[in-house]
Design a protein. Structure first.
Length: 307
């Protein structure tokens, strides 16, 4: 059964897990202004709710659980203090990973923006891993965000950052037990980490975004017993590339397939792409689909192609 993203998100249950998923930077320092030009603030009604990061001119990566705030989100790019003079972009599509679970498994989402951002000194996108691989324990990385400095403090208007260290995946599993997936998650610790408001931001190692801020100990951002957990980006490269590349490259071919049985005359200009969505195949491949509406009879058609 194929479900569009717009339908899928209406079916997501409320999150109820023993971890904090509204996850600011604990024991961090203010970042050098615009030293992380890929960072974005995701906002609802002009209020910061999650972090995110540019992975191309038109796509922002963030955590899937950030959609619990609903649609009509706004992305603020080029910000250090997100309340002052930054660029605001609307979100066209919400590409939530189809395997996302309330347990925060597959907690990853791509936001497709209206239009493309222009690369500048303050606005750039960050590179991703080029293949699925584990990151060795004790590797030094960093995380940044506009969230709270602790559980009781207010969120920061200015971007904060802190260094963290990758923790061995077996050690993470001992700490988090069944809540932790050794193949789809990473964890990191040290003298700081993330807190409420940092969800969706990147874990950066060697200048690559390798993780997405996902969850930590509920009501204790600086827990000594349980490390912070991130979605492992390299595990989702097929899905990511299917969306980043497939939307543009396959669009005309998919449109023709979608209307090959149309009863009324048509041209490509008479068709509108109303939605894109992805479905996981049992053989570890991705089915990328388009929902197309034909203007002459207003009927909708679905077309899919294997990536």
């Amino acid at each position: 059964m194929i479900i569009s993203v717009l339908l899928l998100v209406t079916m997501l249950p409320n999150l109820s897990v023993p971890a904090s998923v509204q996850v600011g930077i604990v024991n961090g320092t203010e970042a050098e202004p615009h030293s992380r030009p890929y960072m974005v603030s995701i906002q609802k009604n002009k209020k910061h709710i999650c972090g995110g990061f540019l992975v191309s001119a038109q796509f922002v990566m963030t955590a899937a659980h950030c959609f619990k705030y609903g649609d009509k989100l706004t992305v603020v790019v080029g910000a250090h203090d997100y309340t002052k003079g930054s660029g605001h972009m609307g979100v066209k599509f919400y590409h939530i990973h189809p395997g996302y679970k309330p347990t925060l498994l597959n907690d990853i989402m791509l936001l497709q923006l209206y239009g493309e951002v222009k690369k500048s000194k303050n606005v750039k996108w960050i590179s991703l891993p080029n293949k699925d691989k584990d990151i060795k324990a004790k590797v030094k990385c960093s995380v940044a965000g506009w969230g709270k400095k602790n559980n009781t403090d207010k969120a920061s208007n200015k971007l904060m950052e802190v260094d963290v260290t990758i923790i061995d995946k077996k050690e993470c599993q001992k700490k988090w037990k069944e809540d932790y997936s050794t193949s789809r998650m990473l964890c990191a610790g040290g003298h700081g980490g993330f807190c409420q408001g940092d969800s969706g931001g990147p874990l950066v190692c060697n200048n690559d975004a390798v993780g997405v801020v996902s969850f930590n100990e509920k009501d204790n951002c600086d827990s000594p017993s349980r490390p912070n957990v991130y979605t492992k980006i390299s595990k989702f490269l097929k899905w990511i590339n299917a969306i980043l590349e497939g939307v543009k490259r396959n669009i005309q071919e998919m449109l023709w397939f979608a209307v090959q049985r149309e009863a009324c005359p048509f041209t490509l200009s008479s068709l509108k792409v109303s939605d894109t969505f992805s479905v996981f195949h049992k053989h570890n491949d991705w089915l990328h689909c388009y929902s197309v509406r034909h203007s002459c009879d207003h009927t909708a058609h679905h077309s899919c192609g294997w990536r």
